[in-house]
Design a protein around this ligand. Sequence first.
Ligand code: MG
Length: 305
Amino acid sequence: DLFGRLQVNGSQIMDKNEKPVSLHGMSLFWSQWSASFYNEKCVDWLYSDWKCTVVRAAMGVEGGGYLTNPESEIAKVTTVIDAAIKNGIYVVVDWHDHNAQNHLPQAKQFFDIISEKYGEYPNVIYEIFNEPLQVSWSNIVKPYSLEVIKTIRQNDPDNLIIVGNPTWSQDVDVASKDPIKDPNVCYALHFYTSTHKQFLRDKAVTAMNNGVALFISEFGTSEASGDGIIDWNETDLWINFFKTNKISTCNWSAFDKDETSAALIPGANPQGGWSENDLSESGKFNRNLIRSLNKDVFKAIGIEY
Ligand code: MG
């Protein structure tokens, strides 16, 4: 682990030495639709070539995911966790669901298993509800979150937990007015640069001013659909925003789907080893971005590039 145990302090995430830290890396795609990318070599490549300090396992829940195949989904996630720990980087374990309030027993079961097995590793970050829809924070999402956090904390008193919030994890301002009382939670902020613009940065500022920390566990250089055009001007504005505020990021997604946000072109090898020709426009941009954002981190451990 590059920074040791991560700890929220106000609106900032700190490393083991209580210095502000931000992680930058890639999110994998929905696990039930991209199983071949959930392998050790893919994570190795995202570390060694892309210089990711974090990867995100986006475990699908509905649509043929955990609800129907819990054992095979856990196997995929643990493969990614083990590879991240081996490489000394962080891993976001994401309950990739839009209706998790309807799947509370399953979410508790899943996070009980993961936190029991991995709670001692500072590398593991729990993301307990990817993107709630337009439902109440205080009456739906917060009560769900408290239950799942209670389950995790019985096994793991201290690792970082990312809490999703309504409107596809854009209502960080709403959550910040009625926050969760746990010393190590932060709130997911998700955006797609061609759709979500200044209004969402304003909401993020409100949340941070209210004293909560944010984690951009998913963003795409595309429209909200994951496809469409790339708005480079807005992408630059977002990069400046998260650099200035030292917010961690995972780019969506390390997958070879034929859509704008996917980093790889169809047919790219799921086990990594990608050349420039395997990368989409978004993939080329985000690889360069991640390598640049993490350059000083790698330099500090004696890796220069
Ligand atoms: Mg722990």
